[in-house]
Each structure stands twice: as structure tokens, then as C-alpha cells.
Design a protein. Structure first.
Length: 236
């Protein structure tokens, strides 16, 4: 997931006319875990049609002082390309309350609508790129901060936010708190051959960010289900 700090890195088979054609791509998509991406201002103007993915998360905000200047074009571009998409917020628990940041996110593109094309907003809560790993908060204070964000978002949208994190960060900074697994879907980040051990409280993941070096935009994700499940995710 990308935050604000800048680094210098960066076959077909023929059938008789009386037999309807089979869309092999559609069949494969129904079997497979749908592929997605997540993007931020780093990616700029995205050629969505070239990515061959089913869904996307787009960074909208960070803390209470940053909005992605490409958000509108990225968010609308994904929609126009036929993708199911949602917005995410990069948490800064060191600068303001969870409720304040949830409201900032909601005011700058982070809302949800029951249109079958919009995923619930996501809270990106992870390693602090600007200082102390846990943003100077104790485990209990961090848990309270996340609840504050999640409850505020839920009150406004009827959906709990997806939580993006790593098992290591969650264990270190929340004391491996198990209190979110029944409400917030898990978006686990692990660049390996499997999602690995999940944080306490979640028996399964909903999204898995499995690489930061995928084709086109870098961060690639998989939905833990089929296309129908992804659509249900977008309708509540």
C-alpha cells in the first residue's frame, strides 16, 4: 500500500451454428479468485482496460490533510472500465481520532452505495512510514482508535470498513486483538505463495495483496471467492 513519503525506487473451438458459443473467459473467471489491484497517486492516470482485472481499491485520503489528486479520475476510470471498485484511507492514528479520519474519508470519496459496483471503504492500518511503528499508541489505544474509525464509518454507511493490514503489524500494535473479525472483512498483505497465518479473530481473509510488483500498477490482489461473491460484497 502506498503512503505519502517519497522514495527513489521505484481454442477457441468451432461449434455448429445451432450450438451457442461458450465464453471461456467468463467460465474461467467464475472458477478463479477474481484478480484486482490497488492504486494511489503514484500510479497517476491508469489504463484500466489494459490490466485485465475485476476490481480495484483506490487511495482517497490519508490522515486529515491529504487527498489523492488522481482519485476522481482513477475511481471513475475503474467504474467506466467495468470494474467493481472501492476507496481506501491510509490511517494516521498519531494525528487525530478515528472518528475524525473516518469523517474526512467519507467527505472525500470514501462512501459506499448499494449499486453493485462499489466495495465498502477500506482502512489501511499498517507500519508507520514517518516514525514509530505503532504511531506512539499503546495496543489498547490502537484498538480503541480502530473501533472509533470503524463504528463511525458503519454509522454513516451501514457497512463496516475492510481492514488492510499485516499479521506482524496487527500482532505488534494491537496485541493481536480478536475483536474485529466478526464485523470488518480482512484484507491481508503478504508477498508470498499464501496468505499465511491471519491475525486473531479472522478465520479467513476476504482480500489478499500478494505482490507489490505485479504487471501494470504494482500492487495486485485476489478476492477469496468467485465473481458472484465479489458482487455480493459490493451490494451488502
Amino acid at each position: 500500500m502506498k503512503y505519502l513519503i517519497t522514495f527513489v525506487t521505484l481454442a477457441t473451438v468451432g461449434f455448429a451454428s445451432t450450438v451457442p458459443a461458450i465464453d471461456e473467459t467468463s467460465l474461467l473467471e467464475k472458477r478463479a479468485q477474481p484478480e484486482g489491484v490497488d492504486v494511489a497517486s503514484w500510479q497517476g492516470n491508469v489504463n484500466w482496460a489494459s490490466l485485465g482485472v475485476s476490481f480495484a481499491y483506490i487511495k482517497a485520503t490519508e490522515g486529515t490533510g491529504y487527498t489523492n489528486p488522481y482519485f476522481t479520475s482513477q475511481y471513475n476510470g475503474a467504474y467506466n472500465a467495468g470494474l467493481i471498485r472501492g476507496a481506501y484511507h491510509f490511517a494516521r492514528p498519531d494525528v487525530s481520532s478515528g472518528a475524525t479520519q473516518a469523517n474526512y474519508f467519507l467527505a472525500h470519496g470514501g462512501g459506499w452505495s448499494n449499486d453493485g459496483k462499489t466495495l465498502p471503504g477500506a482502512l489501511d492500518i499498517e507500519y508507520n512510514p514517518y516514525g514509530a511503528t505503532c504511531y506512539g499508541l499503546s495496543a489498547s489505544s490502537m484498538v480503541a482508535w480502530i473501533h472509533d474509525f470503524a463504528n463511525t464509518y458503519h454509522a454513516a454507511t451501514t457497512r463496516y470498513p475492510v481492514i488492510y493490514t499485516t499479521t506482524d503489524w496487527w500482532t505488534t500494535c494491537t496485541g493481536n486483538n480478536s475483536g474485529f473479525g466478526t464485523t470488518s472483512p480482512l484484507w491481508i498483505a503478504r508477498y508470498a505463495s499464501s496468505p499465511g497465518t491471519l491475525p486473531a479473530g479472522w478465520s479467513y481473509h476476504t482480500f489478499w495483496q500478494y505482490t507489490s510488483t505485479g504487471s501494470g500498477v504494482g500492487d495486485h490482489d485476489r478476492f477469496n471467492g468467485d465473481t458472484a461473491g465479489l458482487k455480493r460484497m459490493a451490494t451488502g
